[in-house]
Design a protein around this ligand. Structure first.
Ligand SMILES: C[S@@+](CC[C@H](N)C(=O)[O-])C[C@H]1O[C@@H](n2cnc3c(N)ncnc32)[C@H](O)[C@@H]1O
Length: 277
């Protein structure tokens, strides 16, 4: 008899994150490089590609410090984190949500439990903060949210156990990836395809044309060292031109987008997958 491993035991993202790549992985598979020893993901978010590839040696970074604190707690203290999440699960109701939302202090473990709790219960799993850095997403409409997916958290913890995790701007990858042994996957905030689709931020910082150009230059520098670089972004003339200038390969990928404030813009759109190899 074949014993089925419960789905939750496979490592996969434990957060819902804007721009999450879980639904695109199947289309990315043919484009992943075959040979590399070290994996780098400088825009970690929900980490869908990391959890799919499960590299032994990984450097995972993101500019969002609360997100990074959460990953470190999942890696290092998953059982304590599960206990705190179980408390949130018991106490969860509307008033409790707004009470937790308004209180961002505490230990790293408490902060990590708060971020996961808010992510599982807020509207659409969005992460958005106001100009003072306070999380301001309203309560979502979930009948019975699974606030503590404990097997999934344990599986994620095991997958993360050999990874370096730190808060950093994406340019920090230049201090780390140096040779053809290295594979860098970049999933930056996407360039807007129209003025109305401009989405300024996951964390209050905007990621505009200057940042996209800096990312392109960073990728060009990595490629000149022999590093294998893969980038995804929206399919628009600005992004195509950026990477044409450095002779990277550009592939259109069909995607469906569910996080968009304009309901008419949900549905099939094309995105780009760009490689240096
Ligand atoms: C599109 S999301 C990544 C989604 C992720 N690949 C997934 O599957 O969930 C972009 C991430 O970039 C991060 N970010 C934005 N600006 C950044 C910067 N300058 N340096 C590093 N990370 C940044 C955001 O905090 C966000 O988590």
């Amino acid at each position: 008899m074949v014993t089925q491993i419960p789905k939750a035991a496979y490592p996969r993202p434990f957060l819902k994150w804007a721009g999450g790549k879980s639904r695109l992985i199947q289309q990315y598979i043919p484009f992943f490089p075959k040979d590399y020893n070290n994996y780098y993901e400088p825009f970690l978010g929900g980490g869908a590609v990391f959890f799919y590839l499960q590299p032994i040696a990984a450097v995972l970074t993101d500019i969002n410090s609360e997100l990074i604190t959460t990953y470190r707690c999942v890696r290092d203290n998953v059982e304590e984190l599960i206990c705190l999440l179980k408390e949130h699960q018991i106490k969860h109701n509307r008033d409790y949500y707004y009470h937790i939302r308004a209180n961002s202090g505490g230990s790293d473990l408490e902060k990590a439990a708060r971020l996961i709790y808010l992510n599982k219960t807020c509207f659409n799993g969005l992460y958005r903060v106001n100009s003072q850095g306070q999380f301001n997403v309203p309560l979502g409409r979930y009948e019975n949210p699974n606030i503590c997916p404990e097997n999934l958290l344990r599986a994620a913890s095991a997958a993360l156990s050999t990874s370096q995790i730190k808060q950093a701007d994406f340019t920090d990858v230049l201090n780390q990836a140096t040779s053809s042994e290295d594979f860098v996957f970049c999933d930056p905030p996407y360039h807007p395809i129209s003025n109305t689709s401009y989405f300024t931020g996951y964390n209050g910082n905007s990621f505009g044309e200057k940042e996209q150009e800096l990312l392109r230059d960073t990728c060009a520098e990595l490629a000149s060292r022999g590093v294998k670089v893969m980038i995804c972004n929206s399919d628009c003339a600005f992004i195509r031109n950026l990477y044409k200038q450095i002779d990277f390969n550009i592939y259109p990928i069909a995607a469906s987008r569910s996080i968009n404030s304009n309901i008419k813009r949900r549905g099939i759109i094309y995105e780009l997958l760009i490689t240096s190899y």
